[in-house]
Structure formats: C-alpha cells, structure tokens
Design a protein around this ligand. Structure first.
Ligand code: CP3
Length: 382
C-alpha cells in the first residue's frame, strides 16, 4: 500500500524537524517561554492553563464572517489568500483562543485532483463528477501543492506574518483518506455511504488504488503546509464512524497511518480527528497522531483509560452546548475540565465544529472560563 519512492521524496523534504521534537521525545521539559501553550499541550509539556481553540472557529456564527460572505463565495474566500488570512484572524481578534486554523476546506484538494467541486448555499458541497470506475481513479492526478493549492499555502504565509509576535500557533489541515475518498465517491454528504462501501467490499484493489492516490496528495499537501509555516496539522476523518472496526482496520488504517506518519515527519504535531469512532477508538490511535481528538459521545476520562498511557487528547464538548444558556454551558464545560483533572496533554475543544447560530458571547465566555478554571492544579508549572 505504501508508495515507497514518493514517500522517500516526501521524507527527504522533511528535515526541518525541530529541536523541541527531539527534546520532547526524550521526555525533557522545554522552557515555557519557547513554546506557546497549545504546542506545549500537544507535546504533553506542563502548561500554565488549559489551551483552547474551537473547530470552525471562523464561520457563519460571526457577523464579520457573514459580512464577507455577502460579497464572496466560500471558494472565492478560500482561493484569495488575503481573504483567507483575514477570515483566519477574525476569531483571533474576537476571542482569547490559543491556536489559529487556516481558513480553507477539506475539499479543494479533490478539485486539484480533477473533480468538479461546487458549494451550494444552504446544502453543502457537491462533486459533479464523482468517481464511478477504475478509469476514473486512474484519471485522478496527484497535484503539485504549490501549483494547484498555492492559494492556501500563500494564505498560511500571510497569516504567519500577521500572527508573528502574538505567540499564537497556526494549524494547517487536510481531510483524512477515508473522508476524502467518501466525498469523491458519493459526490456529497451521504447517509449510508453506499458507493463507498460497495467499492471497498467488492473491488478492494480499486479501493486501495484510490486511497493510495488520495494519501499521496494528502502527504505532499501536509508537508507543503508545514514548509509554508503551519506549526501543527489536523487530519479530519469526519466520516470514519460509518465503518465497522474490521473494515476500518483493513481498508482505511494503513492509508491513514501513512498520511499521519508523513505529516509527522514534517516536524510538527499531528492531531487525528474523527467522530463516532468511540467503539474502536484504539484503532484511531493505532493509525497515528500525536493528539487524538474525541467527540462528546465518550467521556474524556474513559477515553484516557482506554488509550495508551501518556496520550494527548483534544475535545470534547458537544457543539450544541454552545447554544444553551450560560449556566448549562458552564456546567458542561466544567464536566470536561473535571474529567481532564489537570492531566498534562489536554487541549480543550469541541467534539465537532461550531454550528451556525452559535451566540458569539457564549464562545467568548467559554474560552475565558477554560483559561480561568482553577489553575491551582497546574502546580508543577515552572
Ligand atoms: O475550522 C476552521 O475555522 C477552518 C476552516 C474549515 C472549514 N471547513 C471552513 C468551512 C475547516 C477545518 C473545514 C473542514 C471540513 N470541511 C470538514 C471536516 C470537519 C467537519 O466538519 O467534519 C468537512 C467534512 C468539510 C466539508 C464541508 N465544507 C461541508 C460539509 C460544508 C457545508 C456545511 C456547512 O457547514 O455549511 C463546508 C462549507 C464550509 N467550510 C463552511 C466553512 C466555514 C461554511 C461555508 C459558508 O460560509 O457557507
């Protein structure tokens, strides 16, 4: 399944692994001044307070985002680096979050591979020419990221310049192989993933060929994002929860593992995100990632007990809690923090993205509440 020759090429461009990667691998403590708390938590270093950022922290719930969207389509915003940079910074200006995530989407890379992508207002993404045959798989190209996805790389460069001095790290991201393959095969959102699962079950050779090509794209795209300035990466396997553990293990895990390993080799922490995978969370960890992002369908402390000792977890508030009244939201946020119980290696986040209609004031209060939450437990902070 591995693509050894191009993997070697990708790896050879990854010699930027930093000193702190080596140090943390040895279990050494990095001086606080040298690393912002989001990255410290990724490496399970001590922190002064729990780092927090929110998936989809830029989006329609913000008035300043909606204002731009009156003038530009989502794809225009993604493909215009100055606009993508501006939108990335909107939540940074509004809230005290500990990380920025580049404004982009998981689907433009499929467009770069040869699929025709459209975002239909109110309905979501649509691919006009979904994969239907072995020859469609062969026709997919593995794009040169600078040539075909240069807009996001340029947006990363611009945003890093804007964030310089704030001490806020910038995340890059990609869809994970399964979720991207499912979009390519279904052509959009799906309930039963019929095309995807039928290809997987009936034509495993074609399936693996498709997954290998998509993984090649992901690996080169992730490395290019790190070279452009991304300081951490997140892989979104939003739909992995549709699979049985055995099918995940056979048809997905080897490809996800390769994507994670090549991303990690670029020298930054990689976050492995999925939803609905709590029945077989151990397999998500087996596939890789320095940080495992979990949803609200499992308690954080239970996930910690199930995963390897010393695991770093991100999560796991239900995004709908952000639309409740403050006392109800505060209670849910407290439950998450109490389960984390001051362990090293917790990044507070939602279990999935912020929903449209979320009150901005709740987001602000949540972020401030997480930071203020009894920092006494962080007694070993230098
Ligand atoms: O988190 C961020 O602030 C960064 C930006 C980001 C977007 N999409 C912007 C976006 C990220 C990280 C994504 C990832 C993404 N995109 C995923 C994985 C995470 C997840 O939610 O499971 C998926 C599955 C997609 C595909 C996608 N993009 C869908 C299904 C939709 C439509 C649904 C919706 O929310 O409208 C999009 C559009 C999209 N991508 C929006 C944003 C802010 C809404 C666009 C709008 O302005 O109309």
């Amino acid at each position: 399944m591995g693509n050894t020759e191009s993997d070697a090429k990708t790896l050879s461009t990854c010699e930027r692994a930093r000193e702190h990667v080596r140090l943390t691998a040895m279990g050494a403590e990095v001086p606080a001044a040298e690393m912002p708390r989001f990255l410290r938590a990724c490496y399970r270093q001590s922190v002064d307070t729990t780092p927090v950022w929110l998936m989809r922290q830029a989006g329609r719930y913000m008035a300043e985002y909606r204002l731009l969207r009156e003038k530009y389509s989502i794809l225009d915003m993604i493909k215009t680096p100055a606009l993508a940079c501006e939108v990335t910074l909107q939540p940074i200006r509004a809230f005290d979050v500990d990380a920025a995530i580049i404004f982009a989407d998981i689907l433009p890379p499929l467009e770069a591979m040869g699929l025709q992508l459209e975002f239909i207002n109110g309905e979501g993404p649509l691919i006009h020419n979904p994969i239907r045959s072995a020859s469609d798989v062969e026709a997919l190209v593995v794009p040169d990221p600078e040539e075909r996805l240069g807009f996001t790389l340029e947006a990363i460069r611009l945003t890093r310049r804007e964030l310089a001095g704030l001490g806020i790290p910038l995340l890059g991201f990609s869809g994970a192989p399964f979720t991207l393959a499912a979009y390519a095969l279904e052509g959009g959102t799906s309930r039963n993933f019929l095309y995807t699962k039928k290809l997987m079950l009936d034509e495993p050779a074609i399936w693996h060929r498709l997954m290998t090509k998509i993984t090649d794209m992901i690996a080169t795209y992730l490395v290019a994002q790190v070279q452009a300035g991304a300081q951490a990466l997140q892989l979104f396997d939003s739909w992995a929860g549709a699979l049985s553990p055995a099918d995940y293990q056979t048809y997905v895990l080897p490809h996800s593992r390769r994507a994670m390993a090549l991303g990690s080799a670029a020298g930054v922490p990689v976050i492995h995100f999925s939803t609905g995978t709590n029945g077989w969370l151990e397999l998500i960890q087996e596939a890789g990632g320095d940080v495992i992002s979990i949803d609200w369908r499992i308690d954080l402390d239970r996930a910690w007990r199930r995963l390897r000792a010393g695991s770093v977890l991100q999560g796991n508030l239900d995004p709908v809690a952000l639309q409740a009244t403050w006392p109800a939201l505060k209670q849910r946020a407290t439950a998450v923090l109490d389960q984390a119980a001051g362990r090293r290696g917790h990044i507070f986040n939602l279990g999935h993205g912020i929903l449209p209609g979320t009150p901005v004031d709740n987001v602000r209060r949540l972020v401030d509440f997480v930071h203020a939450y009894h920092p006494a437990y962080l007694a070993d902070y230098p």
